[in-house]
Design a protein around this ligand. Structure first.
Ligand SMILES: [Zn+2]
Length: 554
């Protein structure tokens, strides 16, 4: 053990109850022990597809992804066990151990059935920004219906443990930190890390000091060039191609990306669309560990750090791009540095790390079309018109309220007034939707509430359905079809494997080296952490822990 705090090292010798592991003993089931790691680090990489580990393998160093795979335990068949696969539901599901059906985070934003308005997943106008003058801090986890593991850890130790969420995206920090942790996210207008009055009245000194370093100004002072010679990036397509987006003012989407030319004094935030957004987030994580003295006493702390930039980059350039390749090659160097830091400061055996993502991503549909692969663009507004027309013909009135995010919301007042049964309209609407080109399936609210499904996709749809928040019919489109009409870069949200399959690697503590292709769900992570650190499951937990698989037990 390498504790900097000598007093604390002396203290633990007097308190034999709090014994830390000090060597890699024979792997045992931690359920049998009181020992817990000093720090749990949850790393989420936004839009990280599982295949990126192996696609760019030859460019990785020895201490990053190769160390995680070689010394950690990898679940090679981990999937988001619900749809839609978006950032809000992803972060909520990892940290609450359940799915949108229970935690209620059914999207990044959703239609409000009672008011007809729209909510943002972490929007909360009852709280105010802490740390800047913008409204980007008017955020809280108020829409989340379950505790997160941050909350359970804090409750378990009578609030002695610390739990900190960090991300550029507000939702990537807030949902993991839960209701009782601290969350910090990036203000994209004022270019600094902020929080909200939900969590605190003022920023701690270490956050002010971090902001005072003004790292964004450094990141946009030079062009973004590939870390390694671009000719060596043979795993991705031509740099100059028609499938990618550009920075404002940029001619072609190619390296070097001349950041100083695209950033003026008010737009240093463009670094968030480059791998330097990851560097920034790591710097904030180091600052949090030091500033909050995480892992320095007998109470296990939790650091939930989420990397938002890979999602920004992925959306703009797509999975086949040189930009995404460079992002992960650079992330590999950053994760290596971070793992070395954890080892030097705490000892790898005293820290439990898990790494996963919040969703995957599709390929660019035009790129696939050009290669002759199945893909397509479905048109939402045409579908809505068609649906209204057909249902009006059947019922003599228009029962459609709105079609949003692959959900149909019916006008229940009109349906009641016309003496029609809502279940009948739902069933007819589902039939009509299925007849639309590109729609793969549709399930009615009635079926989702009462049915038992054996098909994986149907199950994912059902776990993403929340009775009080979701619509009357949920539908989804064929693999690699986009609902957004997007033809540049990529997107995600589908129940298909390219969006649901995620890396899931456990590392440190007494995790043995290994891997498994047993199917596990992303909502299984939280209860696994809970078992490692002997705390209760979250209030809404429905996931199944995977500790026994890691230790090769039945
Ligand atoms: Zn995204």
């Amino acid at each position: 053990m390498k504790f900097r705090n000598i007093k604390f090292a002396a203290l633990i010798t007097l308190l034999p109850l709090f014994v830390f592991t000090n060597s890699h003993a024979e792997p045992t089931d931690r359920n049998e022990h009181y020992e817990t790691p000093v720090l749990v680090v949850g790393i989420m990489v936004d839009q990280f597809r599982y295949d990126y580990i192996y696609r760019y393998w030859n460019h990785y160093g020895e201490d990053g992804f190769k160390r995680l795979i070689g010394e950690g335990f990898s679940f090679d068949n981990a999937n988001f066990d619900y749809a839609p696969t978006f950032t809000g539901p992803g972060h909520a599901s990892v940290y609450t151990g359940t799915t949108p059906a229970v935690h209620g985070i059914i999207g990044n934003s959703w239609f409000l059935k009672d008011t007809g308005g729209r909510t943002y997943v972490t929007g909360d106008s009852d709280v105010s920004t802490v740390g800047s003058d913008s409204d980007e801090g008017e955020m809280s986890p108020k829409w989340m219906l379950s505790t997160s593991i941050s909350d359970e850890l804090r409750l378990h130790t009578n609030m002695k443990s610390k739990a900190i969420g960090i991300a550029l995206k507000d939702r990537g920090a807030i949902l993991p930190a839960g209701f009782t942790g601290q969350a910090y996210w990036f203000d994209y207008t004022e270019i600094k890390m902020i929080s909200s009055s939900f969590y605190m009245n003022e920023l701690p000194d270490w956050v002010n000091e971090f902001n005072a370093r003004d790292l964004p100004a450094q990141y946009v002072s030079e062009p973004w060039e590939t870390l390694l010679p671009i000719e060596s990036y043979t795993e991705s397509i031509e740099d100059d191609n028609p499938y990618e987006g550009r920075f404002r003012g940029q001619d072609r989407p190619v390296f070097p990306h001349n950041l100083p030319a695209y950033a003026d004094s008010s737009d240093n935030g463009i670094f968030a669309n480059t791998p330097f957004g990851d560097t920034y987030t790591f710097e904030m994580a180091y600052a949090a560990i030091e500033g909050e003295e995480l892992g320095r006493d007998e109470y296990t702390d939790l650091l939930a750090v989420s990397f938002s930039s890979p999602d920004h980059i992925g959306h703009r350039y797509g999975p086949a791009s040189k930009e995404v390749q460079d992002t992960y090659i650079r992330f590999d160097r950053e994760i290596a540095r971070f793992l070395n830091y954890l080892d030097e400061n705490f000892g790898t055996e005293n820290v439990l790390v898990f790494l996963t993502s919040d969703h995957g991503a599709a390929h660019n549909p035009e790129y696939l079309r050009d290669l002759g692969l199945p893909t397509g663009n479905y048109n939402r507004s045409e579908t809505e018109d068609f649906l209204e027309e057909q249902l009006t013909e059947i019922y003599g009135f228009n029962p459609v309220r709105t079609l949003r995010s692959t959900q149909l919301f019916l006008d229940h007042d009109a349906i009641r007034a016309n003496g029609v049964r809502a279940e009948h309209v739902q069933r007819d609407a589902a039939e009509i939707l299925i007849s639309v080109n590109g729609v793969a399936g549709a399930l009615t609210a009635d079926a989702l509430r009462s049915g038992t499904f054996t098909d994986t996709v149907n199950q994912r749809i059902q776990r993403g359905y929340n009775p009080s928040r979701s619509g009357d019919v949920i539908y989804w489109v064929e693999p690699q079809w986009f609902t957004s009409g997007r033809s540049i870069g990529t997107t995600h949200g589908a129940p298909w494997s390219y969006d649901t399959r995620a890396p899931l690697i456990w590392y440190g503590w007494d995790i043995p080296a290994g891997n498994s292709t047993l199917p596990v769900g992303i909502s299984d992570i939280a209860s696994t952490v809970a078992n490692f650190i002997n705390i209760p499951y979250t209030t809404g937990n429905t996931g199944q822990p995977m500790n026994h698989i890691i230790y090769g037990k039945k």
